[in-house]
Write a protein that binds this ligand. Structure first.
Ligand code: SF4
Ligand code: SF4
Length: 347
């Protein structure tokens, strides 16, 4: 059962968390909301729909050092490890779609080929979800059965209600942390929090009218690869890669060595994008995705089919970031609707 946190106690909770963890939380800056490190007096944005970048960057940073190497004449190359153990991090304010995004990344980096850097960060992070009270016109998480109030996947779930927050630990890590704040929390003896939560759920559910239905899309894409449709929509794509950089589930990276002309250096990995022409370029000059058609198809197939094929979890969580930011309005919701129509034509 959720506990109650009075609104004037939020700062005390954040301050307490910041003593145990490096704490990041949503802050409004230049018209957008970003996760920023906590400082005393920093105003938390409680009115945002979604942050400009998802919390993916805290588990899978945009650029990170993998190792250092030193060439020694007549001896083996000396290789030293990655960056030191990352700080314990608490992310306050992860939305349900972004928590679902992390659930989609977990099998990629923690499955058959575990990635030690992701796994270490994942073990050391405390995810505090913040349920959504309203959706924007670009949100469609409900299409993928994500409940925006639920904060599934969080260690601690928080929902802002009229005059308090409901706070619930969902994992052992969450329980252990909340135990430190028992003096701030009250019990919901009258059941008002449960009643307010179901009212809030009904209210936000009305915000999702007209969202697409992706239910049959994967089956259709399993059968259809060479659709002229991809060429039609790809002609608009600029190949800017924004859609992949801001996506909470995209996870492609490039690896490169920086030596600055010396026989020693560092190996880094940084985010890459399947929307860039040279992403699939091969040493002999062959490129299996030579035109925007193949690249756009790959991106939507990855979101709606390939990730499900590989990990049995969807590659889109309906956060709406790519819908909002694509400069030519290549809208994944429209793609789902269009494919549904093509599917109707097939029957
Ligand atoms: S954001 Fe739009 S234009 Fe840019 S690569 Fe993605 S689909 Fe293409
Ligand atoms: S494909 Fe677009 S809507 Fe789906 S999770 Fe990625 S950024 Fe969000």
């Amino acid at each position: 059962m959720p506990a109650i946190l009075k609104k004037d106690k939020l700062q005390a909770l954040l301050s307490g968390l910041s003593r145990a963890y490096k704490l990041v939380l949503p802050v409004r800056e230049n018209g957008m909301t970003y996760f920023k490190p906590y400082q005393t007096g920093l105003a938390i944005d409680r009115d945002y729909i979604n942050t400009a970048m998802s919390p993916k960057e805290f588990l899978f940073p945009q650029t990170e050092k993998m190792l250092s190497f030193k060439y020694r004449e007549g001896a083996e190359i000396l290789i030293t490890g990655a960056e030191p153990q990352p700080e314990k991090l608490a992310v306050f304010g992860a939305r349900s779609c972004d928590l679902a995004g992390i659930a989609a990344l977990d099998p990629v980096f923690g499955g058959r080929f575990p990635d030690p850097q992701y796994s270490t960060r994942r073990d050391r992070v405390l995810l505090v979800g913040l349920g959504c009270r309203r959706a924007s016109s670009t949100c469609f998480c409900r299409a993928f059965n994500i409940d925006p109030l639920s904060c599934n996947g969080a260690d601690i779930a928080v929902v802002e209600l009229e005059d308090c927050f409901s706070v619930e630990a969902r994992t052992d890590k969450g329980h252990a942390q909340l135990a430190n704040f028992s003096q701030l929390l009250g019990e919901d003896n009258s059941g008002t929090v449960e009643t307010s939560l179901s009212g809030a759920r009904e209210a936000i559910d009305t915000s999702f009218d007209g969202i697409p239905d992706p239910a049959g899309i994967k089956d259709f894409l399993d059968r259809q690869f060479e659709l002229p449709y991809w060429e039609n929509i790809a002609s608009r794509c600029l190949g800017c890669g924004i859609c992949t950089y801001i996506c909470p589930t995209c996870h492609c990276f490039d690896i490169f060595d920086v030596t600055r002309g010396k026989p020693d250096g560092n190996r880094y990995r940084c985010w890459d994008s399947c929307m860039f022409p040279d992403f699939t370029g091969m040493a002999g000059g062959h490129n299996p995705r030579p035109t925007p058609k193949e690249r756009v198809r790959n991106r939507f197939m990855h979101k709606l089919k390939y990730h499900l094929d590989r990990y049995e979890i969807g590659g889109c969580v309906g956060c709406g970031r790519c819908v909002e930011k694509c400069p030519v309005n290549l809208d994944i919701r429209q793609v789902i609707n269009d494919i549904n129509k093509l599917q109707g034509g097939e029957n």
